[in-house]
Design a protein around this ligand. Structure first.
Ligand code: IPE
Ligand code: IPE
Ligand code: MG
Length: 244
């Protein structure tokens, strides 16, 4: 689809959901579903940046996902380690910076933490766009973490309480990114599941039934078309669009 005359969102966030059900429908294992999901993320994220979107956040593994079987958690952690290196090369070619959001401590394995830090360091000068990969991420954990950082600065007399405001609070989150314009959750679930609670405050939301491995560029185009039809008022009134 041609995006040139469209008002594209700056920041798109996607909850990558439905890998397991996608696999189950095809008589495959959940692991194969996660592999297919990762392949799709590789293709879809390139498409999204080619269309001029500047920031893409993806929910790959939540703090709550550690409740899953050891087998599934281990498989996903190994998948990250196995696939991220080639993904880094791909994003470097496109000039995309890779950042990660989430707690960098147990139960996240040290080998994943090391890789995350290596990838961030290696892509930090890229300027064309940002992919924010959320692993061991929770919206509550992010807000609590930010609060602790702020308290520490206040106690050290490096920040006064009066200086804290809605603009600079963002700076203490895992990454200082613009607010989310469009949230997509695949697989038909209509909930947030602890994702980017602070950044989603005025996001437009889109909940397609498609499972993530099948959510391709055509499906993304549909999300954008829907987004362009939304009247984003931010609490005000768009007098030009008013029909009465
Ligand atoms: C999303 O797919 C990927 C992760 C949460 C890691 P799911 O694994 O949640 O797939 P379903 O929801 O069981 O189909
Ligand atoms: C949300 O999906 C987390 C990720 C996609 C990483 P889940 O499949 O874990 O969410 P719930 O359990 O259905 O809310
Ligand atoms: Mg799920």
């Amino acid at each position: 689809m041609d995006y040139s005359n469209l008002k594209v969102p700056t920041h798109v966030a996607i909850i990558l959901d439905g890998n397991g059900r996608w696999a189950q429908e095809r008589g495959l294992s959940r692991s194969q579903g996660h592999e297919a999901g990762f392949e799709n993320l590789k293709n879809l994220s390139q498409y999204i940046f080619d269309k001029g979107i500047k920031v893409l956040s993806v929910y790959a593994f939540s703090t709550e996902n550690f409740k899953r079987s050891k087998e599934e958690v281990d498989f996903l952690m190994n998948l990250f380690v196995l696939k991220f290196e080639s993904y880094r090369k791909l994003m470097n070619k496109k000039g995309i910076k890779i950042v990660f959001s989430g707690e960098r401590r147990e139960p996240l394995p040290q080998r994943v933490i090391d890789l995350i830090e290596k990838i961030e360091e290696n892509t930090k000068n890229n300027q064309k766009g940002i992919i924010n990969i959320c692993i061991n991420y929770g919206g509550h954990s992010e807000i609590v973490n930010a609060t602790k950082k702020i308290c520490k600065l206040v106690m050290e007399n490096k920040l006064s309480i009066d200086e804290i405001n809605e603009e600079n609070f963002n700076h203490y989150l895992f990454n200082d990114l613009p607010p989310v314009d469009l949230l997509i959750r695949t697989s038909g679930e209509i909930r947030i599941s602890n994702f980017m609670l602070y950044q989603l405050s005025y996001a437009e939301m889109y909940f397609p039934k498609t499972y993530f491995p099948a959510f391709d560029s055509d499906e993304f185009d549909k999300a954008i078309v829907e987004y362009t039809k939304r009247d984003r008022r931010f609490g005000g009134i768009n007098y030009e669009n008013k029909d009465n």
